[in-house]
Design a protein around this ligand. Structure first.
Ligand code: PEP
Length: 257
């Protein structure tokens, strides 16, 4: 993948067991192949539940699919007495490329603070995983602080101690748009993505700002994806609900600007 190749990422959340995952990945790969999809034009990443990853790895390796995959979370620790946690080392051992960090559902249901997110970003980088760092404001934040302040503040903390040449992806996901059916407008997404890119320039380097992909997430569907990708600072999408509908997700991957 070269700099800022569009990335379409499907976050399955807690859906599809390993048998359903095998069927889904096979059908998706066939559908994209039939459509003549070139993964060098648009990268496709899947984020299944942890229990599916071994099956997905086996299938992708055996059938030489160009799909890539990752975890929906990881532990900030590398190993030890952390019952229920998953080490980045384990994800790397399954050839995961990416790991989602700081999804709004982790922040709200599991009390993940910006500091926890920062520790997890460092853990991902220690294990050679590309962190997909999620930031985004609630409706209340938007009203109180305007569009960019909260996501920019979250990213500022998440990037503490991250080297300027680190391979990262940023996902702007307004909480009010996730699963609500009410997506941001492309203009709203661009405004925040532009502010996040400026922060990458400030905290990392001009090169990092130019090379890092910034995704939009929140009620992305086949009928609105193209508008987001037309914006100069939006380089792809993190897709939740619509990533579980094979035809819909394949159409999102095959967006035309
Ligand atoms: C998400 O959870 O990352 C997400 C964007 O969900 P949805 O597409 O369902 O809004």
């Amino acid at each position: 993948v070269t700099d800022r190749t569009p990335l379409i990422a499907g976050n399955w959340k807690m859906n599809l067991d390993h048998l359903q995952a095998i069927a889904f990945v096979q059908k998706l790969a066939w559908t994209l192949k039939d459509a003549g999809h070139d993964y060098r034009d648009t990268e496709v990443a899947l984020f299944p539940p942890f229990t599916d990853l071994r099956s997905v790895q086996t299938l992708v390796a055996a059938d030489k699919y160009d799909l890539v995959y990752g975890g929906q979370d990881l532990s900030a620790q590398d190993s030890g007495a952390y019952t229920g946690e998953i080490s980045g080392a384990f994800l790397a051992a399954l050839d995961a490329k990416y790991v989602i960090i700081g999804h709004s559902e982790r922040r709200s249901y599991h009390n993940e603070t910006d500091e926890v997110v920062a520790a997890k970003v460092k853990a991902a980088l220690r294990h050679g995983l590309v962190p997909v760092i999620c930031v985004g404001e609630t409706a209340e934040d938007l009203e109180k602080h305007g569009p960019s302040a909260v996501p920019v503040g979250q990213l500022r903390v998440a990037l503490e101690g991250v080297p300027a040449d680190a391979d990262i992806v940023v996902a702007y996901e307004p909480v009010w748009a996730i699963g609500s059916g009410q997506a941001a407008t492309p203009e709203q997404a661009q405004q925040v993505a532009g502010a996040l890119r400026a922060l990458l320039g400030e905290l990392l380097s001009a090169d990092a700002a130019a090379a890092t992909r910034i995704l939009y997430g929140g009620s992305v569907k086949a009928n609105n994806i193209a508008g987001f990708l037309r914006e100069p600072d939006v380089d792809g999408a993190l897709v939740g609900g619509a990533s579980l509908d094979l035809a819909e997700f394949a159409s999102i991957v095959r967006f035309k600007k």
